[in-house]
Design a protein around this ligand. Structure first.
Ligand SMILES: C[S@@+](CC[C@H](N)C(=O)[O-])C[C@H]1O[C@@H](n2cnc3c(N)ncnc32)[C@H](O)[C@@H]1O
Length: 262
């Protein structure tokens, strides 16, 4: 059975949607989301900060790094400030390919296919582990001989160590042109450690897809071979901070970073 079609068990896209205040979720998602909120109340701060990080990273890439192409993996249910909206607001000719493996995200993909006439958006129903298929399909919208940004925000923790998440980022970046970027956000195992351990255990007891939190060193490892854009891998509200989000001295169990392929 494809667990992702079963609305009777929690699925991360819909749980995340609930934490963000959305309504595209089911009782099982809400129960799991509430249980995590009970053991880790900061989760709602963390997910909002992650969306703000997405906005800052995409704006940086378009306006300062000159990027015009994005491959957004683990897109999530459409929300405020989707990648193409942020990118095309800065440069309407930006092209974005979205990838997710949740059929409910696919059902809502219409909201992601609202490209500016100058640019393009596309949606692919695929698993991030299927890098060959993703790159092949993305090439019909993106020119992969030119720099592009791979976005993996809040998704690598859905890939257990056994499935070699480092190989996934490695394969994707190896296929991209020099001057391409990797953007990652990843929940932390070494900030608010006790709460993160408990809430992850609570979630994993209910959900078919197990989550793996990772340390600063483990998240940094995803950027091996790339040049980290300052300030490096940091708690993501501290990455080129904006007006939104928690105070800078807040301890946020969520890392973010941006790396450039030399
Ligand atoms: C927590 S949401 C993050 C959404 C968005 N990237 C953001 O940062 O706001 C994670 C998304 O990754 C998707 N996802 C999880 N595992 C995946 C996999 N193996 N392949 C593709 N998508 C996956 C989920 O369906 C969900 O939509």
């Amino acid at each position: 059975m494809d667990d992702s079609l079963d609305t009777g068990v929690p699925h991360i896209a819909r749980v995340y949607n609930y934490w963000l205040g959305g309504t595209d979720n089911f009782p099982a998602d809400r129960a799991a989301a509430e249980q995590v909120m009970a053991s880790f109340p900061d989760i709602t701060v963390s997910v909002r900060a992650q969306r703000a990080f997405l906005g800052r990273a995409v704006r940086y890439l378009v306006t300062e790094a000159g990027l015009r192409q994005f491959l957004d993996l683990g897109t999530g249910l459409p929300s405020a400030g989707n990648t193409h909206e942020v990118a095309q607001h800065a440069a309407p000719e930006c092209r974005v390919v979205y990838v997710d493996n949740d059929p409910i995200v696919a059902a809502h993909a219409r909201a992601l296919l609202t490209s500016s006439p100058e640019g393009a958006t596309d949606y692919l129903d695929a698993d991030v582990r299927d890098t060959g298929r993703i790159l092949e399909a993305a090439a019909s919208t993106l020119d992969l001989s030119r720099p592009a940004a791979v976005m993996l925000l809040g998704v690598l923790h859905c890939i257990p160590d056994d499935d070699q998440p480092n190989a996934i980022t490695g394969q994707l970046m190896a296929a991209l042109a020099p001057g391409s970027y990797l953007v990652i956000s990843h929940p932390a195992s070494d900030v608010a450690t006790e709460q993160m351990t408990q809430s992850t255990r609570d979630y994993n007891q209910q959900a078919p897809v197990q989550l793996t939190m990772r340390s600063h060193a483990q998240v940094s490892q995803f950027f091996a071979g790339l040049d980290l854009v300052p300030p490096g891998v940091v708690q993501l509200h501290r990455w080129r901070p904006g007006a939104a989000g928690p105070e800078q001295d807040h301890e946020l169990a969520n890392y973010g970073g941006v790396g450039r392929k030399p």
